[in-house]
Design a protein around this ligand. Structure first.
Ligand code: PAF
Length: 299
């Protein structure tokens, strides 16, 4: 198993990135090396391992960041409860072949306290997940912009960043930020990893008991139904999928919509007509103590 190098300051990150990119350039002087950044908040699971795997497969140097970002929590108790498991995370990152881990302190990321100037996710950040977590996406974009600056290659290299497609709204907003603010980074959304029973991997799944987990399976079943209908060129019949979830005891549906994958605006779904083009089915539900999200690209 590879042991990733752990750095905790911006200066160390820059020095280590420079050294690794110089090594990669020396190993193959015929091309510009590439650097991947995989931002995380730790509590890593198989979904993260697949992000690292995608980054490892495409790049010469892979950096993962582990930072529980206080700006994206609207509830201080949630921030307090968030699992911090750096030793186990380093083990997973080592197995995934990550070269460098940036695990800064809060003081390193936000010297002098919470930043006065932040990014705004605009109206795209106020619906869906943003509607129940005010300010969440402003906090996400602010920390991701900082991580892009801190982890960017200090020497000539291609720069790529990897995010899980499970957080579809987050990925759409980060792509938008990169386009709107001219960040020099290519963003890749890595497909959702599902357990054998279909549940999308999430660090929150650990809070479900066996019965709640069983009930939660209705979410992936409903999405699968839409995917099958879209693939067969049949009308989606979103109301029937909504009804399937709503009828499941122990599951409290928050939203279930079919939206444009880039803007996240709801798409008109005329009854009886098949889907035209691509769409994203997005849902969120409370199951026991946990709010779960899931999505599927259609068809
Ligand atoms: O998806 C996450 O884990 C976080 O929102 C991110 C992108 C690492 C920013 O803190």
């Amino acid at each position: 198993m590879n042991t990733p190098r752990l750095v905790t300051t911006a200066a160390e990150l820059r020095a280590a990135t420079t050294e690794l990119l110089h090594k990669a350039a020396a190993a193959d002087p015929s091309r510009v090396p590439s650097l991947a950044l995989v931002p995380t908040m730790g509590a890593l699971h198989e979904g993260h391992a697949s992000l690292m795997g995608a980054a490892r497969a495409d790049n010469d140097v892979v950096t993962a960041s582990v930072f529980v970002n206080p700006l994206q929590f609207d509830d201080p108790a949630d921030l307090e409860r968030y699992p911090r498991t750096l030793d186990a995370d380093l083990e997973l990152l080592g197995r995934a072949g990550v070269d460098l881990v940036f695990a800064p302190s809060e003081e390193e990321m936000y010297p002098g306290g919470a930043p006065l100037v932040r990014l705004s996710a605009g109206t795209m950040g106020t619906r869906w997940e943003g509607a129940v977590r005010p300010g969440h996406f402003d906090g996400v974009l602010t920390v991701v912009a900082k991580l892009f600056h801190l982890a960017a290659p200090p020497v000539p290299a291609r720069f790529r960043a990897y995010f899980g497609q499970k957080d579809a709204q987050q990925v759409a907003l980060i792509r938008r930020m990169v386009a709107d603010l001219n960040f020099d980074v290519e963003v890749t959304g890595v497909p959702i990893v599902r357990a054998a029973d279909g549940l999308a991997e999430s660090s929150r799944n650990r809070f479900l008991d066996a019965g709640q987990r069983q009930a939660a399976l209705v979410l992936s079943r409903a999405l699968h139904l839409l995917k099958e209908r879209a693939a067969a060129g049949q009308p989606l019949d979103l109301p029937a999928a909504v009804e399937l979830v709503s009828a499941q005891p122990g599951v409290e549906l928050d939203y279930f919509e079919v939206v444009d994958p880039q803007t996240l605006e709801p798409l008109p779904a005329p009854a009886g007509e098949p889907l035209a083009g691509t769409a994203l089915a997005l849902l969120a539900a409370r199951v026991g103590p946990v709010r779960l999200i899931d999505n599927a690209l259609l068809p």
